[in-house]
Design a protein around this ligand. Structure first.
Ligand SMILES: [Zn+2]
Length: 262
């Protein structure tokens, strides 16, 4: 189950499954009663959001995790299924130093005290961890990443390279655009034909797609036990008090941050 919590004025969303195993994590919202921001708490370096404010957002997240700001690493997201390992020399890339991995929508690490970040504005953030806290992974899975099964690739890294048994892998599917709001064309709906109840047809000729359900099915098909998958019910497009939404607000919208640390 997901719930909202408060960290020094900042509203964050958390998974009690990850809490149970002591995995440090959080999904951001736009809310922080202790900070004055132009358009809410934002993690994307972009127009309309003052640079210093964005840096301060990362600094507050660093406080939340009890580390220095330079320890946070962010993926360079372009809707691929590419996943990179964050080794010691890569810590901080994408935020406080230049990145050497482009087109990367998933990052994982075995390093301690080095939070990983993917940002989203409707796409599906998936955090993956090991019950025994040997590795953590952050994945950005929009419909294109979902089509390419990026979450299955992440699971394979855990079971293969990291030698972590399937029953020890836990996954949290965070706040994202939900079936209520995610309207797509027939062409996009067709891509996910193989998944049960993935979409519903509407009188306007479009479909509403359920990316949470599809990503859950991909994880189940990869062998993750059902009880090891926590799915957030919140919809980023429905809830404008808490979330940015690309579909609702367009390109100018901010970015939510989704973080996990070993
Ligand atoms: Zn919705």
């Amino acid at each position: 189950m997901f719930y909202s919590a408060n960290f020094n004025g900042m509203t964050v969303i958390k998974s009690d499954l990850f809490d149970k195993y002591g995995i440090a994590h959080m999904f951001s919202t736009v809310k922080d009663t202790k900070r004055k921001t132009v358009n809410g708490v934002n993690f994307g370096f972009r127009e309309g959001f003052p640079y210093e404010e964005t840096v301060d957002s990362y600094k507050k997240v660093a406080d939340y995790f009890g580390v220095n700001f330079e320890k946070i690493t962010k993926a360079a997201q372009t809707h691929t299924d590419h996943i990179e390992k964050i080794t010691k020399n890569r810590i901080g890339m994408g935020i406080s130093k230049e990145t050497d991995f482009n087109d990367t929508d998933g990052i994982y690490t075995i390093e301690k005290n080095a939070p990983l970040c993917v940002f989203t504005a409707d796409c599906v953030p998936v955090l993956i961890a090991d019950k025994n806290n040997r590795a953590v992974c952050a994945v950005h899975s929009g419909w294109r990443g979902t089509e390419k099964k990026i979450t299955e690739k992440a699971v394979k890294i855990f079971t293969g390279e990291l030698n972590i048994p399937l029953e020890d892998i836990i996954c949290a599917i965070g706040p994202c655009i939900s079936k209520c709001c995610f309207e797509v064309s027939g062409e996009v709906a067709d891509v996910f034909e193989g998944y049960e109840n993935a979409s519903v047809y509407k009188p306007n000729g479009k479909y509403n797609l359920d990316l949470k359900k599809i990503n859950t099915d991909i994880l189940l098909n990869a062998g993750i036990p059902k009880e090891n998958i926590d799915v957030c019910e919140l919809c980023t497009m429905c809830d404008n008090e808490l979330f940015y939404s690309y579909r609702r607000d367009g390109e100018k919208t901010g970015r939510l941050g989704n973080f996990i640390m070993r």
